[in-house]
Design a protein around this ligand. Structure first.
Ligand code: HEM
Length: 483
């Protein structure tokens, strides 16, 4: 194959993305061993590589410094799809599978003042649920701790050992329960909305229909909360920016739902996987009881949101030795940036505290607004799981079923063998003297007295119903696609 290496000097190459022969990114290798694909591309092209995503040429940004530059500089790099030259020129097929998601006008695809206004409202709506001093955050933390315990009790089903699909029976229901509570859905949403979020993220043939269903559900919710507000994220979003129409609020809720669904699920399963496959840093953090550390380390080695949505430069620019024309499409890769020797060689895996200077939450104006909530949920889930169970991989590592997704890194299912540990339940006398007192904020992964009161050994009937409904709807998971 001909080499298309940029010149060794810093001089730019004056070739257009459209005229470069490009390799498809979405291959079997990419699904199973993406790190190898990134390294091959880095070796061949340097920090920026032309690739093809479902037939469309895209610049993939692999270098840590280059990804950071793109994410931080909103004056040069835009997210609004109207900046995409090939799309404006009608050169992107209307049935291109990634396109429907880019057509939804929401925070992730807004720039400048519009972005700032929406972001202010989203930040304000999320704040009480993430600030540990607020009763809403404390109540949510307690609810998550209880739900984690209930999910474990539920999959153990009274036995001391057995098999569990940690994805379908633990890591996916948890954020679904959080979404139900946080958003204030009057009727509990089932697994189908998360399956739709997956369909959208995996850009399958049914992505457009999945997006429509999700938007219908979130817009209906926004309309309901406009007339009957409660103490939930939806009502707070509507109150934070009263000029928002229910359709706009619905689109923001849809975006938040998708952000929660995929990332937190895979943050949990990737975390468990790192421990079970012997990542020494992750195991060391677990042994030391530093669950937040464990989660942070996993976000470095296996960021769940591995490749970010597109950016477009407003003027011709040079990046990684290539000339990127105004309106070209660029995809920053967090996973590749974390493998960049510039970043990877600076990471000391033996140090007790891992670096926070990573990109798993993004950077710049679109950096994740839900970090506090995500950390709380994932730490609670991973911490309590290992506290209550000994786990063993249910499949050899090379047979784990990875999703085929441009954007996320996670397993479709995660079969694991579990053995329950003996559980010290607090003695009755150690419970709160005042049963009406508001629950204290729990350290993630730790049970509060209120949770002990809820008795983790007895899942509530509501959870039984909820899980039974999920089981009925257990999806048949095919080749890279959730049907
Ligand atoms: C482990 C879990 C999570 C990870 C790894 C993660 C990662 C990220 C990343 C990398 C971005 C930046 C995207 C970009 O620049 O293109 C982002 C944005 C976003 N995240 Fe998260 N996220 C997580 C959980 C959450 C949660 C729990 C919420 C909400 C409660 C949330 C809401 C959002 C929203 C609304 C955006 C768009 C922000 C904007 O465009 O200004 N995320 N997230």
């Amino acid at each position: 194959m001909e080499s298309h290496l940029p010149p060794a000097s810093n001089a730019v190459v004056s070739s257009l993305l459209d005229s470069l022969p490009v390799e498809p990114l979405m291959t079997r290798d990419f699904d199973t061993r993406p790190a190898l694909v990134y390294e091959r591309l880095r070796e061949r092209y340097g920090p920026v590589a032309p690739v093809e995503v479902f037939g469309v040429p895209v610049w993939l940004v692999l270098g840590f410094r280059e990804v950071l530059d793109v994410l931080r500089d909103e004056s040069r790099w835009k997210k609004d799809v109207r900046h995409w030259r090939a799309l404006q020129q009608g050169r992107i097929p209307s049935d291109w599978p990634l396109l429907p998601a880019y057509r939804v006008d929401q925070l992730l695809f807004q720039d400048d003042q519009r972005r700032a206004a929406t972001r202010t409202a989203v930040d304000a709506a999320l704040r009480p649920f993430q600030d540990p001093r607020q009763p809403q955050a404390r109540a949510l933390t307690s609810a998550v701790a209880r739900q984690v315990d209930e999910l474990i009790t539920f999959f153990a089903d009274g036995g001391s050992s057995g098999w569990v699909d940690l994805c379908a029976q633990f890591a996916r229901p948890l954020p679904l329960m959080v979404v139900n509570r946080l958003f204030g859905f009057p009727v509990e949403q089932g697994d189908e909305i998360f399956m739709d979020a997956w369909r959208m993220m995996d850009s399958g043939p049914d992505a457009a229909a999945a997006i429509e269903r999700l938007l219908a559900a979130t817009t209906e919710l926004a309309a309901h909360k406009r007339s009957q507000p409660g103490d939930d994220l939806t009502s707070r979003l509507l109150a934070a920016d009263q000029s928002l129409t229910v359709e706009q609020a619905g689109r923001e809720l849809y975006a938040i739902l998708v952000a929660i669904a995929d990332t937190t699920t895979h943050s949990v399963t990737n975390g468990v996987l790192e421990v079970l496959t012997g990542n020494s840093g992750a195991r060391g953090s677990l042994t030391a009881g530093l669950i937040g550390e464990l989660v942070n380390r996993v976000h470095i080695v296996s960021p769940p949101w591995s490749n970010l949505t597109f950016r477009y430069p407003v003027a011709d620019t040079s990046l990684g030795g290539f000339r990127i024309a105004a309106g070209d499409v660029v995809m920053p890769s967090i996973a590749a940036a974390h493998g960049d020797p510039l970043f990877a060689s600076a990471i000391n895996e033996d140090s007790a505290m891992s670096s926070r200077a990573h990109l798993a939450w993004g950077a710049g104006p679109h950096q994740c607004p839900g970090r506090g909530l995500a950390d709380m949920m994932v730490s609670a889930a991973v911490g309590r799981l290992f506290e209550r169970c000994d786990l063993e991989l249910g499949l050899p590592v090379d047979r784990l079923p990875w999703r085929s997704s441009t954007y996320v890194r996670g397993m479709r299912s995660f079969p694991v063998k579990f053995q329950m540990r003996a559980q010290p339940i607090p003695a009755p006398g150690t419970r709160s003297a005042d049963p009406t007192a508001a629950p204290e904020a729990a350290t993630p992964g730790q049970r509060t007295e209120a949770d002990a009161g809820a008795n983790a050994d007895q899942p509530r009937p509501a959870l039984r119903r909820f899980m039974a409904n999920l089981r009925k709807g257990v999806p048949v998971i095919g080749d890279g696609m959730v049907h």
